[in-house]
Design a protein around this ligand. Structure first.
Ligand code: CP
Length: 295
């Protein structure tokens, strides 16, 4: 079954993916998918998601078709539908798709009949990011139950935030949101919201800092980078106000000196590179599940 949105997964399915990812990371993968082919098609830029899906495909022994829209016949006017059907006709078992429009991954599944993993879609969904974030938190604390997680910044534009808002409360964590009112968006009224990071920083177990997405117009939602940093930036001073065992997360890429200072991003509390590393076994677990099911 395609993986399009974390909201479509039951808690038991989320935990099954995480357990499988943990096993693949800690003991290696016994799954070998030499007869499978994965097409990685990113219609938006990426470093960590794209490379970790490619690495996961290699480690599973599957073949990789890496498709770059900018070097394709899309530049000659070929439609998305004709393009993905053409790629599918080359012999593809699963697509990994990033696209700026919500709903694109589901459409591609319908047009091609292939399994599709959404690798980030507009501001709506990024399910494997949520899975790797959940694995990173569980590794650190052993559970999500009872943790207080602060989600800070550009919530309105963030597919990463949407995923965590869907999953963490179902797993027993308390979520609190902090950001400029213009960036809080249409959040669930049951969630507590704050308009200054100082109101929550000393009381959270995880400070999950969101990237200010300037490419989606977020830069016009606050007066200046300096003002944003003053109220919401995770500075060294705010880092020192955190609980002794509290950790810092960020999906990347980072705007250093805006939502997080370099000294905190590179500091002892930071799990940012652990998140990146966990992306590989999580994506192996997802691809193995899809491709094994299909055989
Ligand atoms: N977290 C994330 O999706 O990063 P990339 O855009 O580099 O893939």
């Amino acid at each position: 079954m395609s993986l399009l949105d974390i909201a479509e997964l039951e808690v038991s399915e989320i935990i099954a993916y995480l357990d499988r990812a943990q096993e693949m990371r800690d003991s290696g993968s016994s799954v070998k998918l030499a007869t499978s082919t994965v097409a990685v098609a990113f219609f938006e830029k990426s470093t960590r998601t794209r490379l970790s899906f490619e690495r996961a495909t290699q480690l599973l022994g599957a073949s990789l078709l890496s498709f770059d829209p900018e070097d394709s016949s899309i530049s000659k006017g070929e439609s998305l539908r004709d393009t993905v059907q053409t790629v599918a006709a080359l012999g593809v078992d699963a697509f990994v798709v990033r696209h700026p429009s919500a709903g694109a991954a589901s459409q591609i599944a319908g047009w091609t009949g292939c399994q599709v993993v959404c690798a980030g879609e507009g501001s709506k969904a990024h399910p494997t990011q949520t899975l790797l974030d959940l694995l990173t938190i569980r590794d650190q604390f052993g559970t999500w139950d009872g943790l207080r997680v602060g989600l800070v910044g550009d919530i309105a534009n963030s597919r990463v935030a949407r995923g965590l808002i869907s999953a963490l409360p179902r797993l027993g964590a308390e979520l609190v949101l902090a950001g400029p009112p213009t960036m809080l968006g249409d959040v669930d009224a049951a969630l507590k919201t704050f308009t200054n990071l100082d109101e929550i920083i000393s009381d959270i177990d995880v400070a999950y800092m969101l990237r200010v997405q300037k490419e989606r117009g977020a830069g016009s939602m606050y007066p200046s980078d300096a003002e944003y940093r003053r109220r919401f930036g995770l500075t060294a001073q705010r880092g020192e106000m955190m609980k002794p065992q509290a950790v810092v997360m960020h999906p990347g890429p980072i705007n250093r000196g805006v939502e997080i200072d370099g000294i905190v991003a590179d500091g002892e509390r930071s799990l940012i590179l652990t998140q990146v590393a966990n992306g590989v076994p999580v994506r192996m677990a997802v691809l193995a599940d899809l491709l094994t099911e299909q055989k």
